[in-house]
Design a protein around this ligand. Structure first.
Ligand code: UD1
Length: 474
């Protein structure tokens, strides 16, 4: 019997044969034994969060680097047969998964002095293993990089949060326009160029998809000729990707706008980059603080990226002031009334904060309406909130939230990343004790939500079950 640490990096797993599923993150164990690093003595699987709610959040916390910027930048590192260093990269499961997928393609990926180093010099494979590819949605971004660098890619159908169907037709349409051949198979898709390199083109996305825009950019950077992409998504993470690539030697114009012009170059160069802060994590913490009627300062943010959220908070007499990279929130005199909002592409209200604002709106007087315009199955958390006493009715793409609700602590199940974070926010404002199972979903995108909430005075901790592991051999 051998003990290994799982890809999730959080727990020891007992493996008696290759491919044992980790109890903690439910993914396959694959890393070498020399990396074993138990985080808790005795091999405790930590997959629950316990919260004793009712305390207004108070204090100061800094926000981690952005998940949705880190993942495309990691994929972009594959384009260059050399070194990329990402500072302020978040220590989250999705980054671990992308790192594992890159290692599977022959890259060296490791942490050094807090920065993530990706050395793609020896990358050779063009086939992303189902071990990693099905685990997180952003694995699809490896398609653009593999096509750009090697002219071919095989990807298992991507996984990720269970928040909708999430097809990749828009990604494939652009690659076809760039001269690639798409060969769908039972478990995945092969895409290959006819003459070894993608060809620049003019393409218009049917919808400003974040992933399709990023993938198209990744494919176009080393393509022959010029690519003009219309109706692009303009999320800040795309701006970050384009700026990063330009510093590596790419030629991308129109950054931040709906039309991107990419002139293909022969090669990129080594680079070091500091990742932007995570606006969704910042928004989650602001909403948790507003819901508990707290007074907090959230540091390391880009305040204007959160304008759609802070406008709603201010409507409810929550004081929000910004200074440099800090947002100061005072909700002690807040009296929010019901609102109507819909999710939409940036700069609209982000779908990734929809579950969390649902919790805040439970504290508002009257019936709020949320229309979800991006993902069709993103109201799953409503049923879990119901266990805590929330009155939320779902009809199609609309949620009606009746407040103010007196939430009480309960046992709830996180089933996806942002819904899980919303349950933490609900636990913080509920009376009594809440236990949230499935914290591994939250760890896909939040480095340590318990650490950060405790920093703001919350009574919150991770609790674990004993995994009954034998002592480490040797
Ligand atoms: C990214 C973010 C995710 C965020 C979302 C919307 C990452 C890693 N994830 O996801 O956190 O919630 O943007 O801001 O950055 N669609 C198609 N065909 C396609 C592509 C997308 O129909 O080929 C649809 C999707 O099903 C969805 C909508 O377009 O309904 C938006 O998806 P998209 O913007 O692509 O989101 P992701 O890139 O998957």
């Amino acid at each position: 019997m051998v003990l290994q640490d799982c890809i999730c990096g959080y727990v020891l797993c007992e493996v008696t044969f290759a491919g044992r599923v980790c109890e903690f993150c439910t993914v396959l164990v694959f890393r070498a034994y020399d990396k074993v690093k138990p985080v808790m003595p005795g091999g405790i699987c930590v997959d629950q969060i316990r919260i004793r709610g009712g305390i207004p959040l108070c204090g100061e916390v800094a926000v981690q680097g952005s998940k949705n910027a880190a993942l495309p930048l990691m994929a972009a590192a594959l384009l260059h047969p050399g070194r990329t260093v990402l500072r302020n990269c978040p220590h989250i499961l999705d980054v671990e998964s992308m790192g594992a997928a890159l290692r599977g393609l022959g890259c060296r990926v490791f942490w050094k002095a807090g920065a993530l180093v990706i050395d793609a010099e020896d990358a050779a494979g063009t086939s992303v293993s189902a071990l990693y590819g099905t685990r997180f949605r952003a694995s699809v971004l490896l398609m653009g990089s593999l096509l750009g660098r090697f002219g071919a890619a095989y990807l298992p159908y991507p996984g990720g949060c269970t928040i909708g169907q999430r097809p990749i037709d828009l990604h494939l349409q652009v690659f076809e326009k760039m001269g690639a051949e798409v060969l769908p198979q039972a478990e995945g898709i092969t895409v290959r160029t006819k003459r070894g390199r993608l060809q620049g083109c003019v393409a218009e996305l049917g919808f400003p998809s974040v992933g399709a825009t990023e993938n198209a950019v990744l494919g176009a950077v080393l393509a022959r000729g010029t690519t003009v992409l219309k109706n692009c998504a303009a999320e800040p993470e795309i701006t970050e990707l384009c700026r990063f690539l330009n510093r590596k030697g790419a030629k991308i114009e129109g950054i931040g706008g709906k039309v991107l012009k990419i002139t293909g170059v022969e090669r990129l160069c080594d680079s070091e980059h500091e990742l932007m802060p995570d606006r969704i994590v910042a928004g989650t913490y602001l909403l948790a603080a507003a819901g508990t009627r707290g007074q907090v300062t959230i540091r390391r943010t880009v305040p204007e990226q959160l304008n759609a959220l802070t406008a709603i908070l201010r409507e409810g007499q929550v004081r929000v002031e910004t200074s440099g990279d800090s947002i100061r929130l005072d909700a002690s005199r807040a009296c929010p009334e019901a609102v109507r909002l819909c999710t939409s592409p940036y700069p609209g209200f982000p779908t990734d904060l929809q579950s969390q604002i649902m919790v805040y709106l439970l504290t508002a007087k009257g019936e709020s309406h949320i229309r979800e315009n991006i993902f069709e199955s993103r109201f799953q958390v409503a049923a879990e909130l119901g266990k805590m006493g929330a009155d939320i009715r779902i009809a199609g793409d609309c949620a009606r939230i009746t407040g103010p609700a007196a939430l009480t602590g309960a046992e709830a199940e996180a089933r996806e990343l942002r819904g899980g974070a919303a349950l933490v926010a609900a636990g913080l404002l509920a009376k009594g004790e809440t236990v949230i199972r499935g914290s591994r979903f939250i760890k896909r995108g939040y480095e340590d939500i318990c650490r950060d909430m405790a920093c703001l005075g919350a009574d919150v901790c991770e609790i674990g079950k004993i995994a009954a592991l034998p002592a480490q051999p040797g």
